[in-house]
Design a protein around this ligand. Structure first.
Ligand SMILES: [Mn+2]
Length: 345
C-alpha cells in the first residue's frame, strides 16, 4: 500500500512541508478547487499542482475528488456536455501521471454531520452525527464544509424535490449512464476510478442514496466489468452502521482487484444508530483497524491508503476533520500495523 494524506491546496493550514515530515508518507491526494463543478480541468492547472507537490518531495497520483455535476446525477439540462467535460478531465489528468480518481454520486449533500466540533470525553473535538439533531435540520438552510454553498434556499428546495421525484431507481439509471460513458475513457487512459460510498450510507432528508451496502456495491461494480471501475473503500462511511462488515467487504472486493483507494478511520456507533468519529485506534471506536489492515494485507493490496478524518487535538484549529495531528497519528498507527503484518508474513 502507499500511504497518502489529503491536502486541500495552498489554502490548507496543513502545509506540504508538514505532510512531508510524517513518517512513511509517499504523497498527497488533492484536487483543483478553483474550477467550477462540471468544467474541464485545464492541463496547465494540473501541471502547476503536480509541480507544487513534487517540489515538496511528495507524489501526486490520486485526485480526490473530481466532482460530478448535479445535472449529471439528475440527467437534466447540460448533463451531456458535463459528461464530455468529465472525460476530458480524465484524459488531462492521465497525461500528467494521475493513476486514480476518487468521486462520489451523492445527491446534493456530500458527507453529513450534525456537528463538526463535538467535545469528546478526552477534550478533543470531533465530527458527529446525532440522529435526533439531523432529523430536526432544515436541509434548505444548511451549510457544511465541502458542500456546494452556491444554492439559494429556493434552488435547494427545488433540487431536493427533483431527487425525491427521481428516487433510487432513477438515480441508479443516471449513474449507469454516467459510468458507461466515462469508463471506456478511464480504461483507455489506464486510470482507476474509485467511487466513494455515501456518507452516512442511508438516505437523508428523503433524498435517495445508493452506494451504501454490499448488495449495492455488487450492483455498482456489475455496471462495468473492468477492474478500472472500482471503489474508494471508506471504512468510516460504510462502517457507521453495523450492517456493513468492513473486513469482509475488503476481502471480497480486494480479491477482485476492485479497491483502488482505501480511506481508513474509526467511528463509534451509538445505541440509537448515531455515531461519533473517533481516534483511529481500534479501542477508541467500533471498527477493528487491525482486522481492516489484515484484510488489505491478505489480499495483497497495492493501492493508495489515507487516514481519513481525524479529531482536532492539541489545540489545533482548521478544517474540521482535516487537521494535521490526529491524521498523522492515524497514519503512523496504520504504518505500524502494516509493518508488523509485513514482518510476520
Ligand atoms: Mn472517506
Amino acid at each position: 500500500m502507499k500511504m497518502t494524506f489529503r491536502w486541500y491546496g495552498s489554502d490548507d493550514p496543513v502545509t506540504l512541508e508538514n505532510i512531508r515530515q510524517i513518517p512513511g508518507m509517499t504523497g498527497v491526494v488533492s484536487a483543483i478547487y478553483s474550477i467550477p463543478v462540471g468544467e474541464v480541468w485545464p492541463e496547465e492547472e494540473i501541471v502547476k499542482l503536480k509541480k507544487q507537490v513534487e517540489d515538496a518531495g511528495l507524489e501526486l497520483e490520486v485526485i480526490e475528488s473530481v466532482p460530478v455535476h448535479e445535472d449529471i446525477k439528475l440527467a437534466r439540462g447540460d448533463y451531456k456536455r458535463y459528461i464530455e467535460n468529465y472525460k476530458t478531465t480524465i484524459r488531462n489528468l492521465a497525461k500528467h501521471g494521475i493513476k486514480c480518481i476518487c468521486y462520489n454520486f451523492m445527491p446534493v449533500f456530500d458527507w453529513t454531520r450534525s456537528r463538526l466540533d463535538q467535545p469528546l470525553e478526552d477534550g478533543s473535538n470531533a465530527l458527529v452525527y446525532y440522529r435526533e439533531d439531523v432529523d430536526k435540520m432544515d436541509p434548505t438552510k444548511l451549510a457544511l464544509p465541502g458542500w456546494d454553498s452556491s444554492y439559494s434556499t429556493d434552488e435547494m428546495s427545488q433540487l431536493i424535490d427533483a431527487y425525491k421525484e427521481l428516487g433510487e431507481e432513477g438515480l441508479w439509471k443516471n449513474l449507469e449512464y454516467f459510468i458507461k460513458e466515462i469508463m471506456p475513457v478511464a480504461v483507455e487512459c489506464d486510470v482507476n476510478m474509485g467511487i466513494h460510498p455515501d456518507d452516512p450510507p442511508w438516505p437523508i432528508f428523503g433524498i435517495p442514496r445508493i452506494i451504501t451496502c454490499e448488495a449495492n456495491l455488487d450492483r455498482f461494480l456489475a455496471l462495468y466489468p473492468d477492474k478500472h471501475h472500482g471503489l474508494t473503500l471508506c471504512s468510516g462511511s460504510l462502517g457507521c452502521t453495523n450492517l456493513n462488515d468492513i473486513p469482509a467487504l475488503i476481502r471480497k472486493y480486494g480479491k477482485e482487484g476492485r479497491i483502488h483507494f482505501a480511506h481508513i478511520r474509526n467511528v463509534k456507533i451509538l445505541d440509537d444508530g448515531s455515531f461519533e468519529e473517533s481516534a483511529h485506534l481500534s479501542g477508541c471506536g467500533s471498527l477493528d483497524i487491525v482486522e481492516i489492515l489484515k484484510a488489505y494485507h491478505e489480499t495483497g493490496f497495492k493501492g493508495y491508503v489515507r487516514p481519513d478524518h481525524g479529531r482536532m487535538i492539541w489545540g489545533e484549529t482548521g478544517k474540521p476533520g482535516y487537521g494535521l495531528y490526529d491524521r498523522a497519528l492515524g497514519a503512523t498507527y496504520m504504518n505500524g500495523i502494516w509493518e508488523t503484518l509485513e514482518k510476520l508474513s
